[in-house]
Ligand binder design. Structure first.
Ligand code: HEM
Length: 353
């Protein structure tokens, strides 16, 4: 790991003296004894703090919190090379993995080394273009629901809480894709599964920024509620796995042509000698929801926020959609999406920003 870090340092800091360097050689903000830079980081402004320091100290800098050292990297190619070097040279944070596992989401995100390779093979059976294509009609139906909701609000002159709707839409889509259920949180607020998933999301985020892991010693009511929510999510997924097996028993072609990720995971798990259990299937189904929900809704929200700020870009993206979709509000065929080069570029630019 130390060798890899110094290689990355050399790549990132061109012009700096050659030879191995350590994290301590990197530029970074001056910290206080013991606390390090902890008090300079404002809660709720973490990203902004990092961006400010990035501007001040360059594409790779160090900071400390309590006794832990951190390296922040902002160059895209350096980040890509670090991600590619997982799991051999780098690993994800043990703390994040521990918090996710405590919340009952043991899967690809928390596995490392050989175990990650094994689970990655399983997850890759679920993340194929064929699985996504077979799921596409459900995606179209869910996206039409969002369009109709926004059109109705527009016609009635009602304000729309776009982020709320986008989050509900991506939760519906990821649960549809990863668990084969349509919980329609877009139109029906307060679905119990949604409540539990949102609660667990927030608990994990909160625990990640809590300096002392007190819940290992004693549990507050909120921690006991988190355990109960995790247990309810798992029991719901066990039920979805049983439903998927029943569908596959009724229609064995689903084993070779699964219509969603859960069926693909179950088919791979049930193969002779797979070595996987239903718990691994459940852990990866919930991992997909964690990984796919707010990443996608926030990316779309940023895109919708940024596009109107560049009217010429907005007009060109709209023109491309009009020419490919005609009167339709949504793409009914995945191949149409592949032709939306300009929208694809705008989406990538929004994510880069
Ligand atoms: C705009 C949307 C998305 C963004 C920006 C995004 C971003 C990322 C990033 C940066 C990672 C690497 C994290 C790391 O190595 O620590 C990652 C991993 C992952 N993402 Fe996404 N993601 C998005 C959507 C999705 C969706 C929709 C799914 C599935 C339904 C998904 C499933 C995963 C999985 C399973 C991993 C772990 C891969 C592995 O460990 O091999 N992501 N994503």
């Amino acid at each position: 790991m130390a060798d890899k870090i110094s290689m990355v340092l050399d790549r990132a800091q061109q012009g700096a003296p050659a030879g191995p360097r350590s994290i301590a050689d990197l530029p970074g903000p001056q910290g206080a004894p013991l606390l390090g830079n902890l008090r300079q980081i404002q809660p709720g402004r973490f990203h902004r703090n990092m961006e400010d320091w990035g501007r001040e100290f360059g594409p790779m800098f160090r900071f400390t919190m309590m006794k832990r050292s951190f390296v922040a990297v902002s160059r895209r190619d350096t980040i890509a090379s670090i991600l590619r070097d997982r799991p051999d040279a780098f690993r994800r944070s043990t703390r994040t993995a521990r918090m996710l596992e405590e919340a009952g989401t043991r899967g690809l995100f928390t596995a490392e080394g050989e175990e990650w390779r094994r689970q990655r093979k399983l997850a890759m059976r679920a993340l194929t273009p064929e699985v996504v294509q077979r799921f596409f009609p459900t995606l179209v139906m869910m996206t039409e629901r969002l369009c109709l909701r926004w059109k109705a609000a527009l016609a009635a002159g009602r304000e729309v809480d776009m982020l709320r709707d986008l989050k509900a839409w991506t939760l519906d889509v990821t649960i549809g894709l990863a668990m084969g259920q349509d919980i329609n949180t877009l139109e029906h607020e307060d679905n119990p599964l949604q409540r539990d998933i949102e609660f667990i999301f927030k608990r994990v985020a909160r625990r990640l920024t809590t300096p002392v892991e007190y819940w290992k010693v004693f549990k507050l009511p909120v921690d006991r509620e988190a355990d109960a929510a995790a247990a309810r999510i798992h029991s719901a997924i066990d039920g979805f796995i049983a439903q998927a097996r029943a569908r596959m028993a009724a229609d064995p072609s689903l084993r070779s042509k699964p219509s969603n990720m859960l069926e693909a995971l179950v088919a791979a798990r049930d193969e002779a000698g797979s070595g996987f259990s239903d718990a691994v299937v459940a852990g990866n189904a919930i991992t997909m929801v964690f990984a796919g929900e707010d990443t996608t809704s926030n990316s779309v929200a940023w895109l919708l926020n940024l596009l109107p700020q560049s009217p010429a870009v907005m007009a060109r993206a709209a023109g491309e959609a009009d020419s490919l979709l005609g009167q339709d509000s949504v793409a009914r065929n995945p191949h149409l999406l592949e032709q939306m080069d300009y929208l694809d570029a705008a989406t990538r630019e929004a994510m880069r920003l």
